[in-house]
Design a protein around this ligand. Structure first.
Ligand code: ADP
Ligand code: MG
Length: 522
């Protein structure tokens, strides 16, 4: 961050503060019971001074939404992200920010056409025989319907001209603000302004490069190819670039239009269950899930399949986290809190000094009230949310990917509930989770793990004997020295926590290889 830019950031700060003051957002902050008297007056006086420099905004919106909308696209995106973090901004502000609509007037068609031609390096009429006016416009991009010379109807998403520059400027100003706040107000550190900012920057950078969205769509399409009830449009890579993304146009009905779906003969109850099941299966089976599953990004096609659009925000879960997550869900399904606690310990999340039974008791204390609400009111998202609150109390840090999963689950449950107010989340989830557990923890899963281990080991091939020797040397040294936390071994540096995995992997692999050889010989 260059020093020369600081005046620009300061001006941006003044503008942000002024707009927050004019919209009434600052008085809301000043009223926060957590603020001391001095701080409250500080905010009030600051608001008075800054007010003349702020933008007016739309007075019909609630204060926070009004301020963020008036400030620009980067602020709208930031506001939307904060709306998913009640842990950071509090439930009241997050509810208010949820109303932030990312709908803005489209930019002129000629600009979009010029952008497409320049980006794809060809005259527009050789690329598309028809290019309709924008059908949807948001702060980062807009979408046009078009037709290719081969006669395919496609959706063309085009980035707003100059959006990268606008965004990067604001994003840097945010980083500056986050750093200053974290330095001057030590009490703010609990809210991790810089970490929240980093998360924001990471997600927006992906949205500013449509090749990344296209790549996510392609991977997601491959993963879901054998799901007969779920569709991901195919990307036309020959007509996609950093600023343009072309995909198959899907004729469908918005999933929010329950009446139209019923009129077409689809059963909303079945659709609701499918939304939940597809989402869970994707998260568990492939570890890749759509993390922006609100109604605006879901259609139902003419065959009644659920269509997902908009792959700017995707979540990933590594295999260990998936196993942990499935096991936790199943333990909760069976209301087996001892098992849920043990899974936390085995995954290495529950610190060794925390007693298992006390942790199980805490889990029971937050889960039972939710179960007490009766089958159709049980929310898995809420249960997970409560679980994270407990784990935090026991000194565990919740993984960002699991938080993202839980936030998405809130959206997915909302979509399902709108389709079928009586939907029973547990009933929908249970077969998916049990099936996954059976296939991954049963004999089939063990065989697959062994095969994978053998593959890795055979890839190491000629290096294996040396690796084994080093391992033994290292283990010897470890036992000779003061203990497991003695200075890092000079030979190979591996985190202490990885040791059991490495050893188990090697032993398992060698056993597996032996078994395979026996099978081949027999
Ligand atoms: N492949 C498609 N087929 C049909 N409609 C589409 C397609 N892609 C996008 N749309 C329409 O354009 C809208 C905006 O697209 P989306 O990818 O969600 O953009 P944004 O990131 O701006 O939300 C969607 O809500 C949908 O109505
Ligand atoms: Mg969208």
């Amino acid at each position: 961050m260059s020093v020369l830019r600081v005046p620009g950031y300061l001006w941006r700060l003044v503008r942000i503060g002024g707009t927050m003051a004019r919209s009434g957002a600052l008085s809301r902050i000043a009223a926060h019971p957590g603020l001391g008297r001095g701080a409250r007056w500080g905010v009030r006086i600051g608001a008075g001074l800054l007010r003349p420099f702020g933008a007016k905004g739309d007075p019909s919106l609630p204060p926070m939404a009004r301020a963020f909308t008036a400030l620009g696209p980067a602020e709208v995106k930031l506001g939307q992200m904060l709306s998913t973090r009640p842990d950071v901004v509090g439930t009241e502000v997050s509810d208010e920010l949820r109303s932030l609509q990312d709908r803005v007037p489209p930019f002129p068609d000629e600009e979009a056409e010029a952008m497409v031609a320049a980006e794809l390096n060809a005259p527009l009429d050789t690329l598309f025989t028809r290019f309709d006016p924008a059908i949807a416009a948001a702060s980062i991009a807009q979408v046009h319907r078009a037709e290719t010379p081969e006669g395919r109807t496609v959706a063309v998403k085009v980035l707003r001209p100059g959006i990268e520059r606008d965004f990067l400027h604001d994003i840097e100003a945010f980083r500056f603000v986050a750093k200053v706040v974290e330095r001057v107000l030590p009490s703010s550190r609990r809210l991790k302004p810089v970490a929240v900012y980093d998360h924001f920057e990471q997600t927006t950078r992906i949205e500013l490069d449509l090749r990344l969205e296209a790549a996510a769509a392609t991977e997601f399409r491959q993963n879901t190819a054998d799901d007969p009830h779920f569709v991901v449009p195919e990307i036309d890579w020959s007509r996609s670039s950093q600023r343009v993304m072309t995909s198959d146009w899907i004729d469908g009905t918005p999933i929010s239009d329950r009446a139209a779906l019923i009129a077409q003969g689809f059963d909303p109850v079945v659709l609701g269950t499918r939304v939940i099941q597809s989402f869970l299966r994707q998260a568990l089976q492939d570890g890749l899930f759509h993390a922006d599953m609100h109604q605006g990004n879901l259609l139902v096609d003419r065959q009644g399949r659920i269509v997902a659009l908009d792959f700017g925000i995707m979540g990933r879960l590594d295999p260990l986290t998936r196993r942990f997550y499935a096991d936790i869900l199943l333990s909760f399904l069976r209301r087996d809190y001892e098992r849920a606690a043990r899974v936390h310990r085995e995954a290495g999340y529950l610190p060794a000094d925390q007693p298992l039974d006390v942790f199980a008791q805490a889990l029971r204390s937050v889960a039972e009230p939710i179960f007490g609400l009766g089958a159709k009111n049980i929310s898995m998202a809420r249960l997970l949310g409560q679980l994270f609150a407990v784990t935090e109390r026991f000194g565990m840090e919740t993984q960002t990917q699991l938080i993202l999963l839980q936030k998405t689950m809130v959206m997915v449950e909302g979509v399902a509930r709108d389709l079928d107010p009586d939907v029973n989340m547990w009933k929908a989830a249970r077969p998916v989770v049990e099936d996954w557990m059976r296939r991954n923890l049963g004999p089939e899963g063990v065989a697959r793990d062994l095969k994978a281990t053998v593959e890795v080991l055979s890839g190491l091939g000629p290096r294996l004997p040396e690796a084994a020797e080093r391992l033994v040397m290292l283990l010897d040294r470890r036992t000779d020295e003061a203990g497991p936390f003695a200075s890092p071994a000079p030979v190979v540096q591996v985190k202490t926590a990885l040791w059991p995995v490495v050893v188990a992997g090697l032993v398992g692999g060698i056993m597996g290889a032996g078994m395979m050889m026996l099978l081949v010989w027999a």
